[in-house]
Ligand binder design. Structure first.
Ligand code: BV8
Ligand code: ZN
Length: 282
């Protein structure tokens, strides 16, 4: 890491056990689904790592998608920073309340449901997400590890006092608006979204749990992430270094391709049910 990089929250791992049998790229007619199903069928300890792509078919824009409305001239990675919130708290709070509105109106899609079904069938499954939405939970996944926080856990930016969201769901206009953040009941500091901004440390317990699960799993299923944001992007490499098989589901090539044993190119809401679904009655 070059000296300019932020303090390291990276992950180190001992060397692996190679599993030659699992190394099959997406040559076969079914695009690798049967190879992936065979790997999944044998797996006992599974980690599912998801990114924005798993919620794309629920109508939630990914981080790659250009922003719209009030925020169209901004880059999401720019807005999701402490600096942007200090510079213009009403713009940033408005953005998060708009995103909370979109998420509240959205519904889990078949990919979220398949992840919940997989966990129900394979008890030692850990669901780790980079997403700040609650669609995994609404699909029935319990105990989801949120590496980057949640839209539903705002807190005071000064004293970290949790701030209780009002009962009624967010209802921001489609084009968005500036919205001054509410004030903390304890110190009247500005309330901020309970997400991890770029340059901020991830919640220690969540990161530790994700790393331990990745090092201990025998299969990591990575869905809908570009694999560019760290330290989350290190998890597939940790799993592979510890000898686990890695299956990726993504319509596009990503930074994870190099470490995946099977790359399934297609939308999560179609491929995850095919991957997890009960074998068709013979
Ligand atoms: C930190 C919450 C240090 C907020 C987010 C090492 C190397 C280089 C840089 C770094 C490094 N280590 C740290 C850094 C800096 C930085 C980083 O990684 N920068 C990158 C961009 C180069 N990391 C950080 O700043 C992290 N903090 O390092 O702190 C520290 C340590 C100690 C003490 C103090 C500080 C914090 C990172 C977390 C930032 N917060 N989110 C919010 O949401 O507003 S990240 C945010 O962006 C998301 O949570 C997600 O993680 C990321 C977006 O990535 P994806 O989820 O992958 O989504 P994306 O849009 O990119 O791609 C979508 C994919 O889905 C695509 O591949 C597409 O093809 C696919 N897709 C589309 N449709 C479908 C689909 N797939 C399946 N089905 C479909 N239908
Ligand atoms: Zn406070």
């Amino acid at each position: 890491m070059t000296p300019t990089d932020p303090p390291d929250q990276g992950v180190s791992a001992a060397d692996p056990v190679d599993d030659a049998a699992a190394t099959e790229t997406a040559g076969p007619a079914d695009g690798g689904v049967s190879a992936a199903r065979a790997l999944l069928g044998r797996a006992r300890r599974v980690v599912v790592l998801t990114g924005a792509g798993v919620s794309a078919e629920s109508g939630i824009p990914t981080f790659r998608d250009a922003l719209t409305g009030l925020w169209e001239r901004f880059d999401a990675q720019e807005l999701a920073t402490p600096r942007a919130f200090r510079a213009d708290p009403a713009l940033v709070w408005g953005w998060y309340e708009w995103r909370r509105t979109v998420v509240t109106r959205a519904r889990p899609n078949p990919a979220h449901l398949a992840v919940a079904a997989l966990a129900a069938r394979t008890p030692e499954t850990v669901v780790v997400t980079q997403n700040v939405d609650d669609l995994h939970e609404r699909a029935g996944s319990g105990d989801v590890v949120h590496l980057h926080g949640s839209l539903f856990q705002p807190r005071c930016a000064d004293c970290a006092e949790p701030w209780r969201l009002p009962g009624e769901p967010a209802d921001e206009p489609a084009e968005g608006r500036r919205l001054p953040p509410p004030r903390c009941a304890r110190c009247s500091g500005p309330v901020r979204p309970g997400v991890v901004w770029f340059g901020e440390a991830l919640p220690e317990a969540a990161l530790e749990r994700a790393v331990e699960a990745a090092a201990a799993c025998d299969l990591l299923l990575v869905v809908g992430t570009s694999g560019l944001v760290y330290p989350a992007a290190e998890l597939p490499h940790v799993a592979s270094r510890f000898g686990a098989s890695v299956i990726q589901v993504n319509p596009q090539p990503t930074a994870v391709d190099e470490v995946a044993d099977v790359n399934l190119h297609g939308p999560a809401a179609r491929l995850l049910p095919a991957l997890v679904g009960e074998p068709a009655a013979s």
